[in-house]
Design a protein. Sequence first.
Length: 195
Amino acid sequence: MSHKPRGLRPDERELWQRVAEQSVPLHPERAHPVKQVIERLNKAPAKHRVQHFTMGQTARKIAPQHNLAPHITDHLMNNHVQMDRKAFGKLKRGKLGPEGKIDLHGMTLAQAHPRLLGFIQSAHGQGKRLVLVVTGKGKAGTGTGPIPERRGVLRHQVPHWLLSPPLGTIVMQVTPAHLKHGGDGAYYVYLRRRK
């Protein structure tokens, strides 16, 4: 059977206080463990509440893009220069004026292809060296389907038509036009000399 401690009477408490005041600690360099805990708690920064968040809420929003092939403009600019370098420099700066122009705006692929063939062959037959083919920049597709859609069907198809047979034998260089001649919505087509 355990006994409950009786506690100190007031006269005993007073005596204990006097003894404690006169005593010298054996190890003064050691801090009292309870005091250490209290000091650590007082020095510790107050814990702040974590606000509600969702994963990626501060991430930059990027529209999904499916275009895996390089842009046609990049592809054309990386092609080897077939024409005279000095003339090519003038061409890129828009210093050479086109001798002919065809505008394919609003046409379907089926309408544009025969017109382009006829125009390029006619210009070559007349001895022209530089012509401008305007395709337009194209309309942005909805892009909601699983199959990627290119913006500007003609803009992407015309360079392929120009560099493949039958036009590939008479076309020397295809490059995006300068801003004053249509920028990304047009191409300079440099033709070979007639034999």
